[in-house]
Design a protein around this ligand. Structure first.
Ligand code: AR6
Length: 171
């Protein structure tokens, strides 16, 4: 059966899923936004493991334990910084979603929750980012049967409305 795609408006750190995705930076050593919230909720052991990973390139992701989180794993995904759209930002965003799915599938995850990667501090236009996130996810859902539930966790109203609209169009 195909995985269900759900949109929710919540703090991603509270979700009981196999993996939550973090919108991280290249250092993987924490930051603000969702990254800060995940590190606070997971506790200091998460940073200890992140220190062993040697950073991460934009468009790539790395997986760790979830420690004090309800989620078993955290997938640290480094989205592109928006630079006007001329620096391969769209394909890097697509790649970071694909790579996150790949890591989740390899780890045997059935459920995964994404934040709206790159749409905060990194300044990626929200509608464009939502379209890429949804299209990439729909391709994965067609190809992979091991995933059961995929959550788009929208923290702000604008992203929530965008995802609800874009996903209802496909019904
Ligand atoms: N749960 C779910 N979504 C959240 C939460 C939360 N607790 N907190 C914020 N968001 P951002 P980026 C949403 O800035 O743009 C960090 O400092 C937020 O509303 O966290 O990829 C990293 O270390 C927005 O829609 O990530 C990097 O340096 C989305 O998460 C940099 O920010 C992403 O916003 C990455 O920037």
């Amino acid at each position: 059966m195909k995985a269900l795609i759900e949109v929710c408006k919540s703090d991603i750190t509270t979700l009981k899923v196999d993996a939550i995705v973090n919108a991280a930076n290249c250092s993987l050593l924490g930051g603000g936004g969702v990254d800060g919230a995940i590190h606070r909720a997971a506790g200091p052991k998460l940073l200890e493991e992140c220190k062993t990973l040697g950073g991460c390139e934009p468009g790539d992701a790395k997986i760790t334990d979830g420690y004090a989180l309800s989620a078993r794993y955290v997938i640290h995904a480094v989205g592109p910084i928006w630079q006007g759209g001329t620096h391969d930002e769209e394909s890097l965003l697509e790649r970071v979603y694909k790579r996150s799915f790949q890591l989740a599938i390899e780890a045997g995850c059935e459920s995964i929750a994404f934040p709206n990667i790159s749409t905060g501090v990194y300044g990626f236009p929200k509608k464009q980012a939502a379209k890429i996130a949804i299209a990439t996810t729909q391709t994965i859902v067609e190809q992979v049967t091991s995933l059961k539930k995929i959550f788009f966790t929208c923290f702000d109203e604008e992203n929530y409305d965008l995802y609800m609209k874009l996903l209802s169009k496909d019904d």
